[in-house]
Structures are given as structure tokens and as C-alpha cells.
Design a protein around this ligand. Structure first.
Ligand code: GDP
Ligand code: MG
Length: 163
């Protein structure tokens, strides 16, 4: 079984853009993997000899109690449950948000291996802004830019390393 990576984060941080960078084939593979649900967005990717499955999710509102946000939260929890490792995507330009704290708390409690990826970090050379993400208590911050294709290889290495 290939390792499963779930992409989690609040809306608009660039999860789907990361997903597109990490995957070559999408959705069609789902049928091949018993135990994975169909109602999320799956893809497969490969780096060197290492193949993996990626799950994209909608924005995560861990405290949502109704409607579409509750449904998205449920979907995300299921994706995280299916995953061997989580990539928690945050927005390097926006900085830490209250929602990021909610998600970080949720992931920390689960104790699943988590890589913290600060996306949209293109051109942020000094890294000062990235240090505030250490407050989330999830360890090192990986600066990257999905839109510009920067830091993708390292992201996959970091995700697969603990497995
Ligand atoms: P999602 O809601 O988390 O899936 O986010 P999307 O992947 O849909 O991206 C949200 C917006 O952020 C889109 O306008 C993307 O083009 C933009 N975006 C994604 N990655 C980057 C990046 O690395 N840098 C910048 N500047 N914008 C990005
Ligand atoms: Mg998306």
C-alpha cells in the first residue's frame, strides 16, 4: 500500500495548487484502493522510487457546527483519518490566523505526523515572517510556493521521511 498524504488547511491557502503539484494522475486511481472513500479528491504521485497517494480537502473549520462548513470539517477529519501523514498548509503572506490555531490544536491532539507548509512564500527571502508559524506548536515551518513550483521536492521528502 502506498503512503497516503492528506492536505489540510483553511480555505484559499493553496491546498489544491499544492495537490496539483504533488500529483500526476487524479481521481481515476480511487477504485484501486479499497478502504478509501470516493467523495474526496484523490491523486497519485511519485518522487524517485517513492509513490504516494494525496488527498485534497476543502477548507477545514474544526469548530463548525452546521451546514457546508460542518460537512467540510467532517470530510477533512475522514481524510486525516485515512492518511499516514498530514501536510498542514498555511498562508505565509497572511500569517497565523485563529483558524490555523484551531487546526493545529486538532492535529496536535491526533498525534499524526504533520508537516507544516507555509505556502505563497515566493520572494520571502529573509524568512522572518515564517518564524511566527512556530507558535502553532507543530515544529519546523517549510516555506514554499506551489504557484511557482518552489519547495515541492523538499515537501514530499519531509512528508515521506517519518513513514
Ligand atoms: P485552496 O482553497 O486551499 O485549495 O487554495 P487554492 O489552491 O484554490 O488557491 C487559492 C488561491 O491562492 C488561488 O488564487 C491560487 O492561485 C493562489 N495560490 C496558490 N498557491 C500560491 C502560491 O504559492 N503563491 C501565491 N502568490 N498564490 C498562490
Ligand atoms: Mg481547494
Amino acid at each position: 500500500m502506498k503512503p497516503v498524504i492528506a492536505l489540510v488547511g483553511r480555505p484559499n491557502v493553496g491546498k489544491s495548487t499544492v495537490f496539483n503539484r504533488l500529483t500526476k494522475s487524479r481521481d481515476a486511481i480511487v477504485a484501486d484502493f479499497a478502504g478509501l472513500t470516493r467523495d474526496r479528491h484523490y491523486g497519485t504521485g511519485k518522487q524517485g522510487r517513492h509513490e504516494y497517494i494525496v488527498i485534497d480537502t476543502g477548507g477545514f473549520e474544526p469548530t463548525a457546527e452546521s451546514g457546508i462548513y460542518m460537512e467540510m470539517a467532517k470530510q477533512t477529519r475522514q481524510a486525516v483519518a485515512e492518511a499516514d501523514v498530514v501536510i498542514f498548509v498555511v498562508d505565509a503572506r497572511a500569517g497565523v490566523s485563529a483558524q490555523d490555531y484551531d487546526i493545529a490544536n486538532y492535529l496536535r491532539k491526533l498525534g499524526k505526523p504533520t508537516v507544516l507548509a507555509a505556502n505563497k512564500a515566493e520572494g520571502m527571502t529573509d524568512g522572518v515572517k515564517l518564524t511566527e508559524f512556530y507558535e502553532l506548536g507543530l515544529g519546523d515551518v517549510h516555506g514554499m510556493s506551489a504557484a511557482h513550483g518552489q519547495g515541492i521536492r523538499d515537501l514530499v521528502d519531509l512528508a515521506l521521511e517519518p513513514l
